[in-house]
Design a protein around this ligand. Sequence first.
Ligand SMILES: *[C@@H]1O[C@H](CO)[C@@H](O)[C@H](O)[C@H]1NC(C)=O
Length: 485
Amino acid sequence: MGAATIFPTFLSAYLLLVCLVCSLKEGYFLGRISATAESHHLQHRHTIQVSSLLPSSVCSPAAQALDKKASLPVVHKHGPCSRLHQDKANIPTPAEVLLQDEARVKSIRSKLAKIYPGSSNVEETDAATLPAKDGSVVGSGNYIVTVGLGTPKKDLSLIFDTGSDITWTQCQPCVRSCYKQQDPIFSPSQSSTYSNISCTSTVCNSLASATGNSPGCSSSTCVYAIQYGDSSFSVGFFAKDTLTLTPSDVYNDFLFGCGQNNRGLFGGSAGLLGLGRDKLSLPSQTALKYKKFFSYCLPSSASSTGFLTFGDGGASKSIKFTTLSTISQGSSFYGIDITGISVGGQKLSIAASVFTAGGAIIDSGTVISRLPPTAYAALKSAFRKQMSQYPMAQPLSILDTCYDFSKYSSVSFPKISFFFSGGVEVPIAAKGVFYVSSISQVCLGFAGNSDDSDTGIFGNTQQKTLQVLYDGAAGRLGFSTGGCT
Ligand SMILES: *[C@@H]1O[C@H](CO)[C@@H](O)[C@H](O)[C@H]1NC(C)=O
Protein backbone atom coordinates (compact mmCIF):
# COMPACT_ATOMS: atom_id res chain seq x y z
CA MET A 1 0.00 0.00 0.00
CA GLY A 2 2.68 2.31 1.25
CA ALA A 3 5.01 1.24 -1.52
CA ALA A 4 2.25 1.71 -4.05
CA THR A 5 1.81 5.29 -2.99
CA ILE A 6 5.51 5.92 -2.65
CA PHE A 7 6.32 4.44 -6.00
CA PRO A 8 4.07 6.68 -8.07
CA THR A 9 5.36 9.62 -6.04
CA PHE A 10 8.90 8.50 -6.65
CA LEU A 11 8.11 7.82 -10.28
CA SER A 12 6.48 11.17 -10.82
CA ALA A 13 9.36 12.88 -9.00
CA TYR A 14 11.79 10.93 -11.17
CA LEU A 15 9.87 11.79 -14.33
CA LEU A 16 9.70 15.38 -13.22
CA LEU A 17 13.45 15.37 -12.76
CA VAL A 18 14.02 13.73 -16.15
CA CYS A 19 11.68 16.21 -17.75
CA LEU A 20 13.44 19.03 -16.05
CA VAL A 21 16.74 17.76 -17.43
CA CYS A 22 15.24 17.14 -20.84
CA SER A 23 13.61 20.52 -20.96
CA LEU A 24 16.88 22.07 -19.86
CA LYS A 25 18.62 20.10 -22.54
CA GLU A 26 15.93 21.04 -25.02
CA GLY A 27 16.27 24.67 -24.02
CA TYR A 28 19.99 24.32 -24.38
CA PHE A 29 19.64 22.87 -27.87
CA LEU A 30 17.00 25.40 -28.86
CA GLY A 31 19.30 28.08 -27.58
CA ARG A 32 22.13 26.68 -29.64
CA ILE A 33 19.96 26.46 -32.69
CA SER A 34 18.79 30.05 -32.38
CA ALA A 35 22.34 31.19 -31.63
CA THR A 36 23.42 29.50 -34.85
CA ALA A 37 20.54 31.13 -36.71
CA GLU A 38 21.52 34.41 -35.10
CA SER A 39 25.17 34.14 -36.12
CA HIS A 40 24.10 32.95 -39.56
CA HIS A 41 21.85 36.00 -39.72
CA LEU A 42 24.64 38.31 -38.50
CA GLN A 43 27.11 36.82 -40.91
CA HIS A 44 24.92 38.10 -43.74
CA ARG A 45 24.47 41.61 -42.37
CA HIS A 46 26.71 44.61 -41.85
CA THR A 47 26.40 46.51 -38.57
CA ILE A 48 27.79 50.03 -38.53
CA GLN A 49 27.69 53.17 -36.42
CA VAL A 50 25.32 55.65 -38.02
CA SER A 51 27.85 58.43 -37.45
CA SER A 52 30.32 56.59 -39.71
CA LEU A 53 28.00 57.20 -42.67
CA LEU A 54 29.06 60.83 -42.69
CA PRO A 55 32.59 61.72 -43.81
CA SER A 56 34.90 63.23 -41.27
CA SER A 57 36.17 66.73 -41.89
CA VAL A 58 39.77 65.71 -41.38
CA CYS A 59 41.85 63.66 -43.74
CA SER A 60 43.16 60.33 -42.47
CA PRO A 61 45.39 59.23 -45.33
CA ALA A 62 46.09 55.54 -45.73
CA ALA A 63 49.68 54.39 -45.59
CA GLN A 64 49.38 51.10 -47.44
CA ALA A 65 49.45 52.44 -50.98
CA LEU A 66 52.81 54.07 -50.68
CA ASP A 67 54.90 50.92 -50.45
CA LYS A 68 53.82 49.96 -53.95
CA LYS A 69 55.60 50.84 -57.13
CA ALA A 70 54.24 53.47 -59.49
CA SER A 71 51.46 54.18 -57.06
CA LEU A 72 49.61 57.47 -56.73
CA PRO A 73 47.29 58.38 -53.86
CA VAL A 74 43.66 58.64 -54.97
CA VAL A 75 41.39 61.11 -53.23
CA HIS A 76 37.79 62.11 -53.57
CA LYS A 77 37.57 65.39 -55.43
CA HIS A 78 35.65 67.28 -52.76
CA GLY A 79 36.96 65.71 -49.56
CA PRO A 80 39.42 67.01 -46.96
CA CYS A 81 42.22 64.90 -48.52
CA SER A 82 41.91 66.73 -51.83
CA ARG A 83 44.03 69.70 -52.84
CA LEU A 84 40.86 71.01 -54.46
CA HIS A 85 39.05 71.05 -51.14
CA GLN A 86 39.47 74.81 -50.56
CA ASP A 87 37.00 75.46 -53.33
CA LYS A 88 34.02 74.79 -51.06
CA ALA A 89 31.61 76.92 -53.08
CA ASN A 90 31.73 74.39 -55.88
CA ILE A 91 30.86 71.34 -53.83
CA PRO A 92 27.62 70.02 -55.29
CA THR A 93 24.78 68.76 -53.09
CA PRO A 94 24.02 65.01 -53.06
CA ALA A 95 21.00 65.64 -55.31
CA GLU A 96 23.14 67.61 -57.79
CA VAL A 97 25.70 64.79 -57.84
CA LEU A 98 22.91 62.38 -58.83
CA LEU A 99 21.70 64.73 -61.55
CA GLN A 100 25.19 64.97 -62.97
CA ASP A 101 25.50 61.20 -62.68
CA GLU A 102 22.41 60.84 -64.90
CA ALA A 103 24.04 63.12 -67.45
CA ARG A 104 27.19 61.02 -67.43
CA VAL A 105 25.18 57.84 -67.94
CA LYS A 106 23.38 59.46 -70.87
CA SER A 107 26.67 60.45 -72.47
CA ILE A 108 27.98 56.88 -72.00
CA ARG A 109 24.85 55.57 -73.72
CA SER A 110 25.23 57.88 -76.65
CA LYS A 111 28.90 56.93 -76.99
CA LEU A 112 27.97 53.22 -76.94
CA ALA A 113 25.18 53.84 -79.41
CA LYS A 114 27.58 55.51 -81.86
CA ILE A 115 29.69 52.37 -81.95
CA TYR A 116 26.76 50.36 -83.17
CA PRO A 117 25.47 52.20 -86.21
CA GLY A 118 22.37 49.98 -86.29
CA SER A 119 21.22 51.27 -82.94
CA SER A 120 18.70 54.05 -83.03
CA ASN A 121 18.49 54.97 -79.37
CA VAL A 122 21.07 57.75 -79.45
CA GLU A 123 19.90 59.92 -76.61
CA GLU A 124 20.41 63.62 -76.69
CA THR A 125 21.64 64.83 -73.34
CA ASP A 126 19.60 67.59 -71.90
CA ALA A 127 21.96 70.30 -70.72
CA ALA A 128 19.03 72.27 -69.36
CA THR A 129 18.52 69.78 -66.53
CA LEU A 130 22.03 70.36 -65.20
CA PRO A 131 22.68 72.77 -62.38
CA ALA A 132 24.40 75.85 -63.76
CA LYS A 133 27.24 75.78 -61.31
CA ASP A 134 28.71 72.63 -62.77
CA GLY A 135 28.05 71.78 -66.36
CA SER A 136 30.36 68.82 -66.37
CA VAL A 137 29.13 65.32 -67.06
CA VAL A 138 32.50 64.06 -66.02
CA GLY A 139 30.51 63.94 -62.83
CA SER A 140 30.99 65.13 -59.34
CA GLY A 141 31.44 61.88 -57.54
CA ASN A 142 34.87 61.54 -58.99
CA TYR A 143 38.35 60.77 -57.87
CA ILE A 144 41.53 62.60 -58.60
CA VAL A 145 45.24 61.85 -58.72
CA THR A 146 48.13 64.28 -58.97
CA VAL A 147 50.67 63.81 -61.75
CA GLY A 148 53.57 65.91 -62.99
CA LEU A 149 53.72 67.35 -66.51
CA GLY A 150 56.57 69.06 -68.37
CA THR A 151 60.17 69.96 -67.53
CA PRO A 152 60.54 71.16 -64.86
CA LYS A 153 57.44 69.21 -63.86
CA LYS A 154 54.32 71.00 -62.77
CA ASP A 155 51.87 69.13 -60.51
CA LEU A 156 48.35 68.79 -61.85
CA SER A 157 45.32 67.24 -60.15
CA LEU A 158 43.40 65.27 -62.76
CA ILE A 159 40.15 63.35 -62.59
CA PHE A 160 40.91 59.78 -63.54
CA ASP A 161 38.41 58.24 -65.84
CA THR A 162 38.21 54.66 -67.11
CA GLY A 163 35.43 55.80 -69.44
CA SER A 164 37.53 58.08 -71.65
CA ASP A 165 40.84 57.96 -73.44
CA ILE A 166 42.75 61.14 -74.02
CA THR A 167 44.38 62.94 -71.16
CA TRP A 168 44.04 66.70 -71.31
CA THR A 169 44.75 69.68 -69.15
CA GLN A 170 43.97 73.37 -69.46
CA CYS A 171 46.85 75.28 -71.07
CA GLN A 172 48.10 78.85 -71.23
CA PRO A 173 47.23 80.95 -73.06
CA CYS A 174 43.52 80.28 -72.54
CA VAL A 175 42.69 81.65 -75.96
CA ARG A 176 38.93 81.29 -75.63
CA SER A 177 38.26 80.31 -72.02
CA CYS A 178 39.47 78.29 -69.09
CA TYR A 179 37.35 77.29 -66.11
CA LYS A 180 38.60 77.90 -62.59
CA GLN A 181 41.13 75.35 -61.39
CA GLN A 182 43.10 74.97 -58.18
CA ASP A 183 46.57 74.33 -59.66
CA PRO A 184 48.31 76.99 -61.76
CA ILE A 185 47.34 76.45 -65.40
CA PHE A 186 49.99 74.53 -67.37
CA SER A 187 52.14 76.75 -69.51
CA PRO A 188 53.74 74.94 -72.50
CA SER A 189 56.18 77.79 -73.11
CA GLN A 190 57.72 77.12 -69.70
CA SER A 191 58.39 73.45 -70.39
CA SER A 192 61.61 72.61 -72.23
CA THR A 193 60.27 69.21 -73.34
CA TYR A 194 56.89 70.33 -74.75
CA SER A 195 56.19 69.99 -78.46
CA ASN A 196 53.18 70.22 -80.75
CA ILE A 197 51.94 67.29 -82.84
CA SER A 198 51.76 68.07 -86.53
CA CYS A 199 48.58 67.58 -88.56
CA THR A 200 50.29 65.03 -90.80
CA SER A 201 51.31 62.77 -87.92
CA THR A 202 49.52 59.41 -87.72
CA VAL A 203 48.79 59.93 -84.00
CA CYS A 204 46.82 63.03 -84.99
CA ASN A 205 44.45 60.72 -86.87
CA SER A 206 44.04 58.48 -83.83
CA LEU A 207 42.10 61.31 -82.22
CA ALA A 208 39.01 60.37 -84.20
CA SER A 209 38.41 57.13 -82.28
CA ALA A 210 39.71 58.45 -78.95
CA THR A 211 37.54 61.57 -78.88
CA GLY A 212 34.74 60.78 -81.31
CA ASN A 213 35.69 63.89 -83.32
CA SER A 214 37.91 64.22 -86.39
CA PRO A 215 41.05 66.19 -85.58
CA GLY A 216 41.37 69.77 -86.74
CA CYS A 217 44.44 71.57 -88.04
CA SER A 218 45.67 75.05 -87.17
CA SER A 219 49.01 76.46 -88.48
CA SER A 220 49.94 72.82 -89.23
CA THR A 221 49.39 71.87 -85.56
CA CYS A 222 46.95 69.03 -84.76
CA VAL A 223 43.85 70.21 -82.89
CA TYR A 224 41.75 67.92 -80.65
CA ALA A 225 38.22 68.48 -79.43
CA ILE A 226 36.38 66.38 -76.89
CA GLN A 227 32.93 66.98 -75.50
CA TYR A 228 31.20 65.19 -72.67
CA GLY A 229 27.62 65.00 -73.81
CA ASP A 230 26.37 68.30 -72.46
CA SER A 231 27.91 71.74 -72.68
CA SER A 232 31.27 70.75 -71.22
CA PHE A 233 34.24 70.31 -73.53
CA SER A 234 37.95 70.83 -74.04
CA VAL A 235 39.53 72.02 -77.31
CA GLY A 236 43.19 72.76 -77.96
CA PHE A 237 46.49 71.59 -79.39
CA PHE A 238 47.40 67.95 -79.44
CA ALA A 239 50.84 67.85 -77.88
CA LYS A 240 53.47 65.76 -76.18
CA ASP A 241 55.53 66.31 -73.09
CA THR A 242 57.14 64.44 -70.20
CA LEU A 243 54.67 62.83 -67.81
CA THR A 244 55.89 62.06 -64.29
CA LEU A 245 53.73 59.57 -62.41
CA THR A 246 56.28 58.94 -59.66
CA PRO A 247 59.99 59.89 -59.52
CA SER A 248 60.85 56.49 -61.02
CA ASP A 249 58.02 56.43 -63.56
CA VAL A 250 58.68 59.16 -66.05
CA TYR A 251 57.39 59.05 -69.63
CA ASN A 252 58.84 61.15 -72.41
CA ASP A 253 56.63 62.19 -75.29
CA PHE A 254 53.35 61.47 -73.55
CA LEU A 255 50.52 62.53 -75.88
CA PHE A 256 47.90 64.79 -74.32
CA GLY A 257 45.53 67.60 -75.08
CA CYS A 258 46.68 71.12 -74.25
CA GLY A 259 43.28 72.76 -73.85
CA GLN A 260 42.94 76.42 -74.72
CA ASN A 261 39.17 76.46 -74.74
CA ASN A 262 37.56 74.56 -71.89
CA ARG A 263 34.15 74.63 -70.35
CA GLY A 264 32.61 72.88 -67.38
CA LEU A 265 34.02 73.30 -63.90
CA PHE A 266 35.44 69.80 -63.62
CA GLY A 267 35.34 70.44 -59.90
CA GLY A 268 38.43 72.63 -59.89
CA SER A 269 40.64 69.86 -61.27
CA ALA A 270 43.17 70.66 -64.00
CA GLY A 271 41.66 68.19 -66.47
CA LEU A 272 41.27 64.49 -67.10
CA LEU A 273 43.47 61.41 -67.00
CA GLY A 274 42.12 58.97 -69.61
CA LEU A 275 42.38 55.31 -68.56
CA GLY A 276 40.11 53.83 -71.27
CA ARG A 277 40.92 51.08 -73.79
CA ASP A 278 41.64 53.16 -76.87
CA LYS A 279 45.11 53.71 -78.37
CA LEU A 280 45.68 57.17 -76.90
CA SER A 281 44.80 56.32 -73.28
CA LEU A 282 47.49 56.32 -70.61
CA PRO A 283 47.48 52.48 -70.27
CA SER A 284 47.88 52.16 -74.06
CA GLN A 285 50.66 54.73 -74.28
CA THR A 286 52.59 53.10 -71.45
CA ALA A 287 51.81 49.53 -72.61
CA LEU A 288 55.47 48.63 -73.21
CA LYS A 289 56.27 49.14 -69.56
CA TYR A 290 53.01 48.27 -67.78
CA LYS A 291 51.35 45.94 -70.30
CA LYS A 292 48.02 47.80 -69.89
CA PHE A 293 47.99 46.68 -66.30
CA PHE A 294 46.75 49.05 -63.62
CA SER A 295 44.74 48.86 -60.46
CA TYR A 296 43.04 51.24 -58.15
CA CYS A 297 41.21 51.39 -54.88
CA LEU A 298 38.60 54.06 -54.28
CA PRO A 299 38.53 55.10 -50.61
CA SER A 300 35.42 54.44 -48.52
CA SER A 301 34.96 58.12 -47.78
CA ALA A 302 36.17 61.53 -48.82
CA SER A 303 38.28 61.67 -45.68
CA SER A 304 40.51 58.73 -46.60
CA THR A 305 42.79 57.94 -49.53
CA GLY A 306 43.04 55.09 -52.00
CA PHE A 307 45.55 54.44 -54.76
CA LEU A 308 46.09 54.17 -58.49
CA THR A 309 48.95 51.85 -59.38
CA PHE A 310 50.46 51.09 -62.78
CA GLY A 311 51.99 47.68 -63.46
CA ASP A 312 51.32 44.43 -61.64
CA GLY A 313 53.60 45.02 -58.66
CA GLY A 314 50.82 45.74 -56.22
CA ALA A 315 48.30 43.00 -57.03
CA SER A 316 46.74 41.30 -54.02
CA LYS A 317 47.13 37.51 -53.95
CA SER A 318 43.47 36.97 -53.14
CA ILE A 319 42.39 38.66 -56.35
CA LYS A 320 39.68 36.93 -58.42
CA PHE A 321 39.45 37.47 -62.15
CA THR A 322 36.53 37.81 -64.50
CA THR A 323 36.74 38.27 -68.26
CA LEU A 324 36.68 41.71 -69.82
CA SER A 325 33.82 41.35 -72.23
CA THR A 326 33.55 42.43 -75.82
CA ILE A 327 30.35 44.45 -75.57
CA SER A 328 32.35 47.58 -76.03
CA GLN A 329 34.93 46.27 -78.47
CA GLY A 330 36.60 49.19 -80.14
CA SER A 331 35.35 51.69 -77.61
CA SER A 332 36.91 53.11 -74.48
CA PHE A 333 34.77 51.06 -72.14
CA TYR A 334 35.66 48.00 -70.11
CA GLY A 335 32.83 45.49 -70.58
CA ILE A 336 31.98 42.98 -67.85
CA ASP A 337 29.36 40.27 -67.50
CA ILE A 338 27.23 40.49 -64.37
CA THR A 339 25.64 37.09 -63.75
CA GLY A 340 23.82 37.55 -60.44
CA ILE A 341 23.26 39.44 -57.21
CA SER A 342 22.80 38.22 -53.66
CA VAL A 343 21.19 40.06 -50.75
CA GLY A 344 21.68 38.86 -47.19
CA GLY A 345 23.41 35.70 -48.42
CA GLN A 346 20.58 34.72 -50.74
CA LYS A 347 21.00 34.74 -54.48
CA LEU A 348 18.16 36.63 -56.14
CA SER A 349 16.27 34.71 -58.76
CA ILE A 350 16.96 36.72 -61.88
CA ALA A 351 17.05 35.06 -65.30
CA ALA A 352 20.51 35.15 -66.92
CA SER A 353 18.98 36.76 -70.00
CA VAL A 354 18.16 39.86 -67.94
CA PHE A 355 21.86 40.62 -67.60
CA THR A 356 22.95 39.52 -71.06
CA ALA A 357 20.36 41.65 -72.90
CA GLY A 358 22.26 44.91 -72.50
CA GLY A 359 25.59 43.78 -71.07
CA ALA A 360 27.48 45.96 -68.63
CA ILE A 361 30.59 48.07 -68.16
CA ILE A 362 32.66 49.02 -65.15
CA ASP A 363 33.18 52.76 -64.83
CA SER A 364 35.25 54.79 -62.37
CA GLY A 365 33.22 57.92 -63.02
CA THR A 366 29.61 56.77 -62.65
CA VAL A 367 28.56 57.12 -59.00
CA ILE A 368 25.50 54.85 -58.81
CA SER A 369 25.44 51.37 -60.39
CA ARG A 370 22.78 51.04 -63.07
CA LEU A 371 21.04 47.69 -63.36
CA PRO A 372 18.50 46.16 -65.72
CA PRO A 373 15.12 47.19 -64.26
CA THR A 374 14.14 43.55 -63.68
CA ALA A 375 17.31 42.97 -61.64
CA TYR A 376 16.93 46.23 -59.73
CA ALA A 377 13.33 45.38 -58.81
CA ALA A 378 14.46 42.06 -57.32
CA LEU A 379 17.33 43.72 -55.43
CA LYS A 380 15.13 46.47 -54.06
CA SER A 381 12.40 44.10 -52.95
CA ALA A 382 14.80 41.73 -51.13
CA PHE A 383 16.60 44.67 -49.53
CA ARG A 384 13.41 46.33 -48.34
CA LYS A 385 12.16 43.05 -46.89
CA GLN A 386 15.33 42.71 -44.82
CA MET A 387 15.18 46.36 -43.73
CA SER A 388 11.55 46.38 -42.58
CA GLN A 389 12.52 47.38 -39.03
CA TYR A 390 13.67 50.84 -40.19
CA PRO A 391 11.47 53.78 -41.16
CA MET A 392 11.71 54.73 -44.82
CA ALA A 393 12.44 58.25 -46.06
CA GLN A 394 11.64 60.30 -49.18
CA PRO A 395 13.23 59.08 -52.44
CA LEU A 396 16.28 61.07 -53.57
CA SER A 397 16.38 61.73 -57.32
CA ILE A 398 16.97 58.35 -59.01
CA LEU A 399 17.18 56.52 -55.65
CA ASP A 400 13.85 55.13 -54.46
CA THR A 401 14.78 53.10 -51.39
CA CYS A 402 15.81 55.49 -48.62
CA TYR A 403 15.81 55.18 -44.83
CA ASP A 404 15.67 57.54 -41.90
CA PHE A 405 18.39 56.48 -39.47
CA SER A 406 18.21 59.61 -37.34
CA LYS A 407 16.84 57.75 -34.31
CA TYR A 408 19.54 55.07 -34.30
CA SER A 409 23.13 55.05 -33.17
CA SER A 410 23.91 51.85 -35.04
CA VAL A 411 22.11 50.06 -37.86
CA SER A 412 22.38 46.69 -39.53
CA PHE A 413 21.63 45.94 -43.15
CA PRO A 414 21.96 42.94 -45.48
CA LYS A 415 25.24 42.30 -47.28
CA ILE A 416 25.13 42.51 -51.05
CA SER A 417 27.34 40.57 -53.46
CA PHE A 418 27.69 40.85 -57.21
CA PHE A 419 28.56 37.83 -59.31
CA PHE A 420 30.54 38.10 -62.53
CA SER A 421 31.32 35.58 -65.27
CA GLY A 422 33.76 32.92 -64.16
CA GLY A 423 31.85 32.46 -60.89
CA VAL A 424 33.51 35.49 -59.30
CA GLU A 425 31.68 36.76 -56.24
CA VAL A 426 32.43 40.36 -55.30
CA PRO A 427 31.14 41.35 -51.86
CA ILE A 428 30.17 45.03 -51.83
CA ALA A 429 31.75 46.83 -48.86
CA ALA A 430 29.49 48.22 -46.13
CA LYS A 431 30.34 51.71 -47.41
CA GLY A 432 29.33 50.67 -50.94
CA VAL A 433 25.71 49.85 -50.18
CA PHE A 434 24.27 53.29 -49.45
CA TYR A 435 24.37 56.73 -50.98
CA VAL A 436 24.00 59.16 -48.08
CA SER A 437 22.26 62.48 -48.41
CA SER A 438 21.88 62.95 -44.64
CA ILE A 439 21.35 60.63 -41.67
CA SER A 440 17.62 61.02 -42.19
CA GLN A 441 17.90 60.12 -45.89
CA VAL A 442 20.22 57.19 -46.46
CA CYS A 443 19.47 55.52 -49.79
CA LEU A 444 20.21 52.16 -51.34
CA GLY A 445 22.90 53.22 -53.83
CA PHE A 446 21.64 51.39 -56.94
CA ALA A 447 19.25 52.40 -59.70
CA GLY A 448 17.38 50.68 -62.48
CA ASN A 449 17.87 51.48 -66.16
CA SER A 450 14.75 52.25 -68.14
CA ASP A 451 14.99 49.04 -70.16
CA ASP A 452 16.66 45.64 -69.67
CA SER A 453 18.40 46.15 -73.01
CA ASP A 454 20.25 49.25 -71.73
CA THR A 455 23.88 48.72 -70.76
CA GLY A 456 24.38 48.20 -67.02
CA ILE A 457 27.11 50.06 -65.15
CA PHE A 458 29.10 48.92 -62.14
CA GLY A 459 29.66 52.31 -60.55
CA ASN A 460 32.13 53.83 -58.14
CA THR A 461 30.00 53.73 -54.96
CA GLN A 462 29.96 49.94 -55.21
CA GLN A 463 33.69 49.81 -56.02
CA LYS A 464 34.68 51.51 -52.76
CA THR A 465 37.54 49.79 -50.89
CA LEU A 466 37.79 47.04 -53.53
CA GLN A 467 41.09 46.66 -55.31
CA VAL A 468 40.04 46.69 -58.97
CA LEU A 469 42.69 45.43 -61.30
CA TYR A 470 42.62 46.02 -65.06
CA ASP A 471 44.69 43.56 -67.03
CA GLY A 472 44.09 44.97 -70.48
CA ALA A 473 46.62 42.76 -72.26
CA ALA A 474 45.13 39.52 -70.90
CA GLY A 475 41.57 40.82 -71.22
CA ARG A 476 40.62 40.26 -67.62
CA LEU A 477 39.47 42.26 -64.64
CA GLY A 478 40.31 41.35 -61.04
CA PHE A 479 38.67 42.18 -57.74
CA SER A 480 39.75 41.74 -54.17
CA THR A 481 38.21 43.07 -51.00
CA GLY A 482 39.93 45.32 -48.49
CA GLY A 483 42.17 47.13 -50.99
CA CYS A 484 42.00 50.34 -48.97
CA THR A 485 39.95 51.86 -46.18
C1 LIG B 1 52.20 75.02 -80.96
O1 LIG B 1 51.34 75.44 -82.00
C2 LIG B 1 50.72 76.70 -81.81
C3 LIG B 1 49.84 76.96 -83.03
O2 LIG B 1 50.52 76.77 -84.22
C4 LIG B 1 51.74 77.80 -81.63
O3 LIG B 1 51.10 79.01 -81.32
C5 LIG B 1 52.70 77.41 -80.51
O4 LIG B 1 53.72 78.36 -80.41
C6 LIG B 1 53.30 76.05 -80.78
N1 LIG B 1 54.14 75.69 -79.67
C7 LIG B 1 55.37 75.16 -79.85
C8 LIG B 1 56.16 74.91 -78.62
O5 LIG B 1 55.79 74.87 -80.97
